[in-house]
Design a protein around this ligand. Sequence first.
Ligand SMILES: C=CC1=C(C)c2cc3[nH]c(cc4nc(cc5[nH]c(cc1n2)c(C)c5CCC(=O)O)C(CCC(=O)O)=C4C)c(C)c3C=C
Ligand SMILES: [Fe+2]
Ligand SMILES: [Fe+2]
Length: 359
Amino acid sequence: MAYKGQPNFDHRQPRRIGVLITNLGTPDAPETGALRRYLREFLSDPRVVEVPRFIWFFILKVILLIRPPRSAHAYKRVWTEEGSPLLVHSENQLKGIRERLQKTCGDDVVVKLGMRYGNPSIASQLQEMEDEGVRQLLVLPLYPQYSGSTNGSTFDALAKDFTQRRWIPDLRFISHYPDYPPYIQAMAEHIRAFRENNGSADKLIFSYHGVPKRYLLNGDPYFCECHKTSRLLAAALGLSDEQWMTTFQSRFGREEWLQPYMDATMKSLPGDGVKSVQVFCPGFSADCLETIEEIDMENRGYFEQAGGESFAYIPALNAEPVHLDALTQLISENLQGWEGGDNAGSTLEARAARAERLR
Ligand SMILES: C=CC1=C(C)c2cc3[nH]c(cc4nc(cc5[nH]c(cc1n2)c(C)c5CCC(=O)O)C(CCC(=O)O)=C4C)c(C)c3C=C
Ligand SMILES: [Fe+2]
Ligand SMILES: [Fe+2]
């Protein structure tokens, strides 16, 4: 087998820095066929569903008959003229981060967006980066809390691509940032601004995507990192213990997942005297099916049916300037020492000037 490379490689080609931001990915269309393709790729990932392959092979066959039309129906409720919300927000984040980084690093830096499942794939973006001369690569999965099923799986996709590549770049991987102060501050500012315009509620709920409880028991740090983010965010907002709580959503299948469940919480809070809630999802850096449809539509319904009077969903940070500033700072800090390669801009003076700009 021939490893992938550039057949007419020019050895004087300038060396560039690449920044790859990634997220989960989304179907190409809110249609059964597109959903089947997307869910087949997603649910075949052994990091996502940790069940012996020979058993899962048969269960997945059944799921891929039943779930795609149901999921397509849910996606239709959130789809916009520009496409899937997750992709639209991610592209806006890419634009904002690229603009900010190019201000400090100029054209030395190439910034791309890759999706773990679906398009644009991580492999396609790695190829484009190699073609554009990237030899030093920083990867930032936009999942602040580490889970093997998301961040770990993103690393697998990179590693799998590298097994077929001739020239492996220098690699840095930001595996999580659950307590990164600019991220916590960005969320606190965003929530404060929302409350200034809309008032507050009896309780602020921090809802995170769940994973099977078994993953926690087997050593996945996700549960603890979610709680850490919540605790720091509540402190930054100056909330007392009874003013906030953490929940987990999006349960899939019959196995026990991380608790407390968001849906059960929404059904029980009104009976406990909590009549107004605001919900924010710190683990979703972009709004998507799980926040718009599951939280703002489905769980709003559970809360109101149980006697709740006011339910407000606080949008994700998406491409808010505070978010892009925080992510750009995280990226810049992780690029330290890389500014300047053996290309035209790598004189000592150019390096010093770039280091100064990044400070
Ligand atoms: C089957 C098990 C699943 C695990 C484990 C899981 C973990 C996990 N997922 C996210 C973030 C997102 N998940 C999204 C959609 C989604 N998730 C699952 C299943 C698991 N996720 C499914 C089957 C789906 C597809 C939708 C559906 O059919 O219900 C999304 C939204 C994608 C979009 O297009 O909008 C995100 C984002 C995290 C952070 C996580 C573990 C920590
Ligand atoms: Fe998920
Ligand atoms: Fe969901």
